[in-house]
Design a protein around this ligand. Sequence first.
Ligand SMILES: NC(=O)c1ccc[n+]([C@@H]2O[C@H](COP(=O)([O-])OP(=O)(O)OC[C@H]3O[C@@H](n4cnc5c(N)ncnc54)[C@H](OP(=O)(O)O)[C@@H]3O)[C@@H](O)[C@H]2O)c1
Length: 337
Amino acid sequence: MQHIVLKSYCDGLPKPTDFALEEIETPKPEDGQFLVRHIWASVDPGSRSRLSGRDSYTGAQALGEAMGGFNVGIVEASENSDWPVGKLVTCAGGWATHSIQTGRGFLAPIPKGLDLPLSYWIGVLGVPGLTGWFGLKRVGVFKPADRVLVTSAAGPVGATAGQLAKAGGARQVVGIAGSDEKCRWLIKEAGFDHAINYKTTGDLDAAISEAMPKGIDILFDNVGNTMVERCLPKMRLNGRIVVSGQVADYSLPLAERHGIQSTDVFITRRVRMEGLVVFDDARDFPDALTAMANMIAKGELQLKEERFDGLATMPDAFCGLFKGENFGRRVVKVGEE
Ligand SMILES: NC(=O)c1ccc[n+]([C@@H]2O[C@H](COP(=O)([O-])OP(=O)(O)OC[C@H]3O[C@@H](n4cnc5c(N)ncnc54)[C@H](OP(=O)(O)O)[C@@H]3O)[C@@H](O)[C@H]2O)c1
């Protein structure tokens, strides 16, 4: 089997040379374990938070350790009767052609009878889609008629959150994204009411105020402190800030991150700011996935996917996330279906 390891700690933006592809002996499952041959693998911006020797939602990644990520695969050898050979699964097997699974952790069978591409199970029907769902609904306590602003809105998390808000009766859904093409897609395909290209708009504060003159009930933030600071003064009474991700901050040392100044708004407008780690909601994943699969089948949930071919492309696919090169979920084909 092959896998990709962290070769050197990332300093600033990650580079493909920070990673190395290795060939190792395919492990044999022991009692209770099974071997999954991966078909699809994901690259996830959140992985960057562990690549500079700092702890994140789990401990810092060690040099030489295989990169984490999500997969769709097929059980190829099994010593666990609940997970027989031939079963299609989604799991956290990482940047690799195979993984050993124990039946615990992020792992689920792929339901039969749904005519959807397998790769969706690591996209809108995987961690990004679920983050959009639970970020908006549980952490954001979404209510119909809310006014919702989503940052990195054309990414798989943001696009899902915004569309779920719209489908749930939001009064207004506005997205911030880094290209005109992304903004057009948000309005024309994903049904956002308005989209702002933060790279060309000039005065982003004015653009947000103009787009949302009545203010923001939910800020669903995927970007980090700069965006939170810009939006804080525009939050409405009892507003909620969902800290989903910090893609602009992951590559910065703590001392260089933008500070948040307008904290008085937490008092004056009774604003709440809360982060999530989506796995905390694992018990409720099945219901969310059924609902989102139904929405996809009915054409009510749009998604963009960019497909790469071969394990060796994973470092490039990953590094591009931090330069805005991806338009939607990046998935990598690492084995045959
Ligand atoms: N909390 C959780 O449990 C959880 C789970 C999964 C993911 N997440 C987080 O959710 C966020 C979104 O994830 P995703 O998978 O949907 O990825 P994504 O939004 O597609 O992330 C990549 C995009 O981020 C934007 N970006 C990159 N650098 C930026 C910068 N310096 N300033 C502003 N925007 C920048 C770019 O879009 P533009 O072209 O628009 O700039 C880029 O295309 C990530 O922060 C991720 O870590 C959280």
